[in-house]
Design a protein around this ligand. Structure first.
Ligand code: GLU
Length: 366
């Protein structure tokens, strides 16, 4: 059913809740991937486990809980992680290729396209791309931070039709299954609303970074990008094979019917907004109801510092984010022309980069 699948493997799936990576489990995951490759499907792994494996490799050293310690552990663990995947996939005659990403690799459109080319080249040659965050060098500002969101970005980068997030729980429940015996698995989610976010809010899982709330965010990004998303237990027998053939398993989030086109997916997945334009009700209606561009006239306030070409968040007066898009003017200039008619731009700034502040082709509505 699905053709190109991103499989996100959380640390808890790889360790089975122990402090060590679980070899039979990883071999079994590789076996399932191989089955799919034999069926002509394309598999991209997004694998955590670098930090956990670094700890294991160094015999669980006592370290201060700093970013630096984690970076060191990741530097040790990432190469071991790849060695392991390499040897497990070799059992099935498959090659693997490593891609380490940070947010800054996805923020810049050119680098985004480069990363995509590498990914597609690996797939074309039947090689399994294995992706992780480049933890050893990524500082907080340029990090994605968790592999749930990273896997959603990878699903967009690789134009996958399924993002399978494997974790230590069977999916999303109506209540916390560890404390509430009435809790039921939610088989399908069509709208991600506040109630659902609240439900997901409380759950966390062992060694990994992301809990259910992060997974929900990531699922939202990926389904807007055009991929179905499934959250399921990495321990369920043949989970990858069953999800790939469309069997009901875990919690499924169907892709939105009209996925964003490629450039807009990038706006959504890549750049973090570096500023904000607060707009009035008239402009909000023009954007949201009539699909128009944002004109300077509709802007009441410009917040943050950004340059022309940066992604900004477009909000209403209540700070509700309505849209996100690429600014045609930097923050200082935009503040000067905010509230003005477009034909006054040249007189105000001494130059003119066109009548719109954010063009509708560079904008996604939220
Ligand atoms: N990149 C981290 C690692 O490999 C994991 C991050 C996460 O679990 O979300 O250890």
């Amino acid at each position: 059913m699905y053709q190109r699948i991103v499989i996100k493997l959380g640390t808890s799936v790889l360790t089975g809740g122990t402090p060590r990576l679980d070899r039979p489990q990883m071999v079994d995951l590789a076996r399932q991937c191989h089955q799919l490759v034999k069926q002509g499907k394309e598999i991209i792994l997004c694998s955590s486990g670098a930090i956990a494996l670094g700890r294991e490799e160094l015999s669980f050293p006592e370290l201060p809980p700093t970013v630096n310690s984690k970076q060191m552990l990741a530097a040790v663990g990432q190469s071991r992680l790849m060695m392991r995947w390499d040897s497990y996939f070799h059992i099935y005659g498959l090659h693997v290729g490593q891609i380490l990403l940070t947010r800054s690799d996805l923020e810049n459109r050119r680098r985004f396209l480069n990363a995509r080319d590498t990914l597609l080249a690996l797939l074309e040659h039947g090689i399994i791309p294995i992706i992780n965050e480049n933890d050893a060098v990524a500082t907080e500002e340029i990090k994605v931070g968790d592999n749930d969101n990273l896997s959603a970005m990878v699903a967009i980068l690789g134009e996958a039709d399924l993002l399978l997030m494997l974790t230590d729980q069977p999916g999303l429940f109506t209540a916390d299954p560890r404390t509430d015996p009435e809790a039921q698995l939610i088989p399908e989610v069509r709208t991600i609303d506040e109630t659902l976010r609240r439900l997901a809010g409380g759950s966390i899982s062992g060694l990994g970074v992301g809990g259910m709330a992060t997974k929900l965010n990531a699922a939202d990004v990926a389904r807007r990008g055009g991929a179905d998303v499934i959250i399921a237990s990495g321990r369920a027998p043949d989970v990858i094979l069953r999800a790939a053939r469309g069997e009901p398993i875990g919690t499924r989030f169907p892709a939105l019917e009209q996925p964003l086109e490629s450039r807009k997916r990038w706006i959504f997945a890549g750049p973090r907004p570096s500023g904000q334009a607060v707009i009035d009700a008239g402009a909000a209606a023009a954007l949201c109801r009539h699909g128009r561009s944002l004109l300077p006239a509709g802007i009441v306030q410009v917040l943050g510092e950004f340059e022309r070409g940066d992604t900004i968040s477009i909000t209403d007066a209540n700070q509700e984010e309505l849209a996100r898009g690429i600014a045609r003017y930097g923050s200082a200039d935009l503040a000067r022309i905010a509230g003005r008619q477009s034909d006054a731009i040249a007189a105000e700034l001494g130059y003119d980069r066109g009548p719109v502040a954010v063009h509708r082709n560079d904008m996604i509505l939220l």
